[in-house]
Ligand binder design. Structure first.
Ligand SMILES: Cc1ncc(COP(=O)(O)O)c(C=O)c1O
Length: 483
């Protein structure tokens, strides 16, 4: 089936494409091709989608046809658009691009000197990992006589996850837990289970982009509510949006990705109350919740959920290691069973050995998390200090947890910055990737997961790059992109 991007939708995604941080006037075709390139490269326009004819795009944008056709020509030169005879022009990625087609995902290639700031993740803690693998090896023989299939996850692991919630003040039984292949799979399964096409899903903006992709794939209509790095959530707006009865609400109240905001307890209680009244399935993503760098631990939202209507999603990816691919959801047992049935279509349950490793790691979790916090705190501070020194006009609020800073630039230009970043050996996630409809070009998310010297060097490179992005016209990179 051919997927076509309507011109009206492309106009919305393009947002304020005419604005450029550079004081030097750039030709419109150049601005348009830069903005289109960013949409394809960061996955907001998937690969293999037919773009509107240049005439239609020009009309929708209120520019001459020559501008749209020159922008498309530039995209073709860069391998980002391919003409199919009689069918139109389709988005593409150059053959030598290290990006997986159309996805916002882990990238391969690019060489050892490239600093990848697109992902907020740490390498594995080697000692704990190897000890957990050795323990899993000892636990394995007891499972070899089973079929190895379990849609819900290994009973021991479900019990250990439930115990952890109980110890955090939210009494939980194993029947409330489903083990998933990372937190992302839990979100995706929930979207597929709960939503039917056309349902409304409340989302924060900015937010974690892969969750948006899952909700879009489930063909939800997204209802955005703002989250601000300094002010957090506007409770009135949030409760009002819930009162309208969205089918699902996706929230990240603990060290919100990307702003780092923490939702106050009274706002959580109001959210739960409003969700109960509207019948909304409220999904709380706790991927970052363990990563407290200063101040008290945020109380798990499930503690406030006397009626059991909330769905919590958790993961070992940020607290321990993304390579574990172990996450879970905690929900009412009947929803857990419905999700397990949906899962059977794509995956017959998580691997036993990986679950045993996760079980062994859960037993060591407090120690691992304490080490993660010790590692991240000075990295966060080093990034904040380097930005204050080299890019003092950029503004950020120091988050008291999580893995990244949400940085306000002194002018819109995040897309241009990300497009130019490979020239300086950097990979960046532009602000609009965290929003819908092209917003947040004035922001960039900077993870503080790399070691301090790498962060300081990355900020140096960023400062030079921003100087050239705002200081003058940057000629197009040529016939290939390095992303
Ligand atoms: C808020 C949030 N939720 C979920 C995930 C996905 O986690 P996992 O690696 O467990 O799939 C991420 C990863 O970046 C995240 O930031």
């Amino acid at each position: 089936m051919i997927r076509t991007m309507p011109a009206t939708r492309l106009v919305v995604l393009l947002g304020d494409w005419r604005s450029s941080p550079s004081p030097v006037r750039r030709p419109l075709a150049d601005l348009l091709s830069t903005a289109l390139r960013a949409l394809v490269v960061d996955g907001r326009v998937p690969v293999g989608v037919r773009l509107p004819a240049d005439r239609d795009l020009a009309t929708a944008l209120g520019v001459s046809r020559g501008v749209a056709s020159a922008a498309y020509d530039r995209m073709r030169e860069e391998g980002l658009l391919e003409r199919r005879v009689g069918a139109g022009s389709f988005t593409a990625l150059p053959v030598d691009s290290p990006l997986p087609a159309g996805a916002w995902g882990p990238r391969t290639g690019g060489g050892p000197d490239v600093v990848d700031l697109t992902m907020a993740s740490l390498p594995a803690p080697p000692t704990a990992m190897l000890a957990a693998v050795a323990e899993a090896n000892e636990l394995l023989p007891a499972h070899l006589g089973s079929s190895g299939y379990d849609l819900l996850g290994l009973p021991e692991l479900r019990a250990a996850i439930a115990d952890r919630y109980t110890s955090l003040g939210a009494p939980t039984t194993p029947e409330q837990v489903l083990v998933t292949t990372g937190g992302q799979a839990a979100l995706d399964l929930l979207a597929r289970t709960v939503l039917t096409p056309g349902d409304t899903a409340l989302v924060e903006v900015p937010t974690y982009p892969n969750a948006l992709d899952s909700l879009r794939t489930a063909r939800a209509r997204l209802h955005p509510v703002p989250v601000d790095g300094a002010e957090g959530w506007d409770p009135v707006m949030l409760v009002d949006a819930l009162r309208r009865g969205p089918r699902l609400a996706y929230l990240v109240p603990d060290f919100h990705n990307p702003t780092g905001a923490v939702m106050p307890d009274d706002v959580r209680a109001r959210v739960l109350d409003a969700s109960r009244r509207s019948g909304t399935v409220t999904v709380v993503d706790e991927a970052m919740a363990d990563l407290v760098l200063d101040g008290p631990e945020p109380a798990r939202t499930a503690r406030l959920d006397a009626r059991g209507q909330l769905v919590s999603v958790g993961s070992l990816s940020k607290s321990v290691w993304g390579g574990l691919r172990t996450g879970w959801l905690r929900a009412d047992p009947s929803l857990v069973r419905r999700v397990a049935e949906v899962r059977a279509v794509s995956d017959m349950g998580p691997p036993i050995l990986g679950q045993l490793v996760a079980l062994a790691l859960l037993r060591r979790l407090d120690g691992v998390v304490a080490d993660r916090r010790e590692l991240l705190r000075p990295r966060r501070d080093a990034l904040v200090a380097a930005l204050a020194e080299r890019l003092p006009a950029w503004r950020t609020r120091v988050p008291r947890g999580g893995m990244s800073l949400w940085v306000a630039l002194d002018a819109p230009g995040s897309t241009a910055l990300a497009a130019a970043a490979p020239d300086a050996g950097l990979r960046l996630a532009p602000g609009p990737r965290f929003g819908i409809d092209g917003a947040f070009d004035r922001f960039v998310r900077l993870p503080f997961t790399p070691p301090e010297p790498v962060l300081v060097d990355a900020v140096d490179r960023l400062a030079g790059l921003w100087g050239s992005v705002v200081g003058g016209f940057r000629p197009p990179v040529g016939s290939r992109i390095l992303v």
